[in-house]
Design a protein around this ligand. Sequence first.
Ligand code: GDG
Length: 509
Amino acid sequence: MGRLVIVSNRVAVPRRGEAAAAGGLAVALKDAFSNRGGLWFGWSGNVSADPPDVVRHARRAGVDYAVIDLSQDAYDGFYAGYANSALWPMFHFRLGLLDYDCDEADCYRAVNRRYAQKLMGMLRPDDTVWVHDYQMIPLGAELRALGSRHRIGYFHHIPFPPWAVFSAMPGAEDLIRDLLAYDLVGVQTHRDLAGLADCMAQGTGMKMRAGGEVRFRGRRIRLRAFPIGIATDEFAEVAARSAGGPEAQRLVASLAGRALIIGAERLDYTKGLPERLKAFGALLNRFPEYRSKVTYLQVAARSREDVESYKGLKREIEHLAGCINGEHADADWTPVRYVGRAVPRDTLAGYYRAAQVGLVTPLRDGMNLVAKEYVAAQDPQNPGVLVLSRFAGASEEMPEALTVNPLDAVGMAEAMKAALEMPLGERQDRHGAMLRRLRENTVGGWAKAFLDVLEGHEPAEAPSRAAALAVFQARLMARNASTSSANVSEEMLGIQVADLSTARASRAR
Ligand code: GDG
């Protein structure tokens, strides 16, 4: 079996002596890597005016890490620009925030081309390549253009909207065609799969067939939903341990017997933080019996502060929290506690367990791991209640949560009240059902399911564009000496590649 090669936007190289960072993809890929070794490639996180154009290597626990730095221009155009100011809002249905700039779009492609060139030099023929997320959409096509015939899969971590939304992006057709370079395209939910299939059909004319695949130039591209999970049992253990630790104990003591509602996320406009604060305000206004009886703790790790559309968010949240506290606080009670920075993972797990209500109400989210972590962290004997946005991918798998529309402040206030008053038996039933599902679909199982489908594939059939073009030109020249290479279009190339593979398939039969 060949190596597993992961490409993701940010690569956190573990410190010496550390196997991998806790949480996230590193945990998901632990088993996959340990069976076969692997390579993890991407951006180091370093930005400088004129970084050396070299790949730096490190080896940790049997995994090779290869990272490159970004220049300030590449960071501005590729990362803060096209990826986070255009793609991110579009994929989250926020067309009003879509800030498109064609130079930044070019920069995005140029960075992906550079990644492909660097990676191509490191690949072995039998490697399987797994590309992650929206920063890397064109990487597969760039690898194919360099002659790659590897199995290449792409997983899209964020929502996939239908064509009516996607097509607002200038160059939408090129972007969706880029996905045709992959052997497998994975999304989080069935809702996303419907969006992807719609974009394929309307953006490329290719309809998804029964069995979830499209055919393109003789190749088969599978489209599937793979809902990501968490390391459920490991997270539950961390939470149980951490709940007895000093941080969680300090929090519980400070509540003086009041109920706790918790929210935790990156400070991002997709997570619905202002809407959530307004809903908490509505709870205190509509149901005054909860004044002085409940505290809402919001942890909001700072994120993407150099992107324009994030700049006002922090101020808006601080203003809303201040207004609620100004209106309702008492000398010994602060209704909203706002922690504007990340807290350690173990501490957060202990906080989740101490909270009677987990408030996870994004306006859109691919999955939302906080929802899953909150459930895993609960004491099964006395679990808290998850209040979950219907627009989080997690809501497809967690119908036992109290499902809300994050734009409906009163509906959310009522759901918080219902959660705070829910009888123990009902809490146990709902929690038990969700926990069972979280144990069945862990993050390790998610990675395995994706790789099983990707590797059950026959190798990519089509020669690279450049190689196919050369073959086609040679044949045409032989047939008609007057044909110039300039007459050979992409479409002709497509027909030729399809013909070649049909001929190959019929010979095999
Ligand atoms: C993308 C998609 C999809 C949060 N605050 C702190 C902290 N966190 C951790 C959580 C969780 C992670 O960050 C956030 O994951 P999410 O899934 O909620 O959201 P995104 O970062 O937007 O992730 C998303 C995900 O990819 C995976 O496919 O689910 O839809 O947008 O693990 O616990 N961790 C620490 N301190 C904090 O203050 N240590």
